[in-house]
Design a protein around this ligand. Structure first.
Ligand SMILES: NC(=O)c1ccc[n+]([C@@H]2O[C@H](COP(=O)([O-])OP(=O)(O)OC[C@H]3O[C@@H](n4cnc5c(N)ncnc54)[C@H](OP(=O)(O)O)[C@@H]3O)[C@@H](O)[C@H]2O)c1
Length: 310
């Protein structure tokens, strides 16, 4: 239980909702809030209204703010009223916003900041990768590591499991019955579901002794593209086509459309650095916390997958 800490979560999308659902029972009443844009709070969209109703039922306070539009000073003034800030917004607002949010968190003097770094291992990937936004993630790490006043935790989760199967990513093409392996069939990728990231984030924030100033790795599963194709074969009872997309081919595709975010992601994952780690050496394995494997995720989504193929 986080007793006296006021905790502010930034964003209530797929990840923010999962984090809030898991934090709500563990944070003292009236001490958990979420920052959302005024337009989101006033939205008439039924999905948004459903989420807002769920948040109110959980006792989560709604705080108005706009991470893209507001100045660092204005954001710091909002953050200052809390002890822990957890950013769940993704690459909201484009270049520069991750640095701005981190700067605001440090200037506000919050006790603890968890940046939006729920993804790959940026330290291992390093600067100058095909995904230029990753350099900004390293700038944020530099800012956090250069100070001692605010504790920080970075939670490395790998890719969201659902993202691997998102047709827009272009890896699993169920309509064409094909797996496009990034780099090679033997390249691996670490995957964690948003629900597990929510549960593990709450566990990490409440851990005793306190976890601070470190990168924590978690993993739902670490699998090669060949293993993903094999799992699809077992699940669908047929052979999916396996096609390797070598790094040079993906780099040429990126050069043809340098602003295309998915081409950047495909190229960086194909390089195979910092995108996969041993599940046995993770926070969840060390604590014996059950997580969703790729096989389990596929079984749970079998019907969606079948309909996507037809
Ligand atoms: N690591 C991975 O593999 C992986 C996989 C999938 C997604 N992602 C990325 O992860 C991020 C988070 O995932 P998600 O599914 O939770 O994203 P999401 O559903 O788009 O949620 C983003 C949240 O931030 C809010 N937001 C957007 N602009 C804002 C602003 N200017 N000020 C304040 N709040 C703002 C959104 O509000 P509204 O709903 O009102 O817009 C929403 O609550 C996304 O950027 C996504 O691209 C990463």
């Amino acid at each position: 239980m986080i007793q006296h800490n006021a905790t502010l979560v930034l964003g209530a999308g797929q990840l923010g909702m999962a984090v809030l659902r898991n934090l709500a029972p563990r944070v003292a009443k009236g001490r958990l809030s979420v920052l959302l844009r005024a337009s989101t709070i006033a939205s008439t969209d039924p999905d948004k209204q459903r989420d807002l109703a769920e948040l109110r039922a959980l006792g989560v306070g709604l705080v108005e703010g706009d991470l893209a539009q507001q100045s660092p000073e204005a954001l710091a003034a909002t953050f200052r009223r809390h002890d822990t800030v957890v950013s769940c917004t993704g690459f909201v607002g484009g270049p520069g916003v991750q640095r701005k949010i981190a700067r605001a968190a440090l200037d506000s003097g919050v006790k603890r900041y968890v940046p939006w770094q729920f993804g790959v291992d940026y330290d291992v990937i390093g600067r100058g990768s095909p995904q230029d936004l990753f350099d900004e993630q390293l700038d944020v790490r530099d800012l956090l590591r250069a100070q001692r006043a605010t504790e920080w935790i970075i939670i490395s989760t790998g890719m969201f499991t659902s993202f691997l199967f998102d047709p827009a990513f272009g890896v699993i093409d169920l309509a064409a019955n094909t797996v496009h392996a990034l780099g090679s069939l033997d390249n691996a990728v670490t995957l964690t579901t948003a629900e597990d990231i929510g549960a593990l984030t709450a566990e990490i924030l409440c851990a005793q002794p306190r976890i601070a100033n470190q990168v924590v790795h978690v993993a739902g599963d670490t699998v090669t593209y060949r293993e993903v194709a094999d799992a699809l074969d077992r699940l669908l009872d047929r052979n999916v086509t396996r096609r390797e997309l070598p790094v040079p081919e993906l780099m040429r595709a990126l050069a043809a459309e340098p602003g295309d975010a998915m081409r950047k992601y495909r190229a960086v994952f194909a390089q195979g650095r910092g995108v996969a780690w041993d599940k046995a050496r993770t926070f969840n394995a060390a604590r014996g916390i059950a997580v969703c494997s790729v096989e389990q995720w596929l079984r749970e989504h079998r019907d969606d997958i079948r309909s996507a193929r037809s």
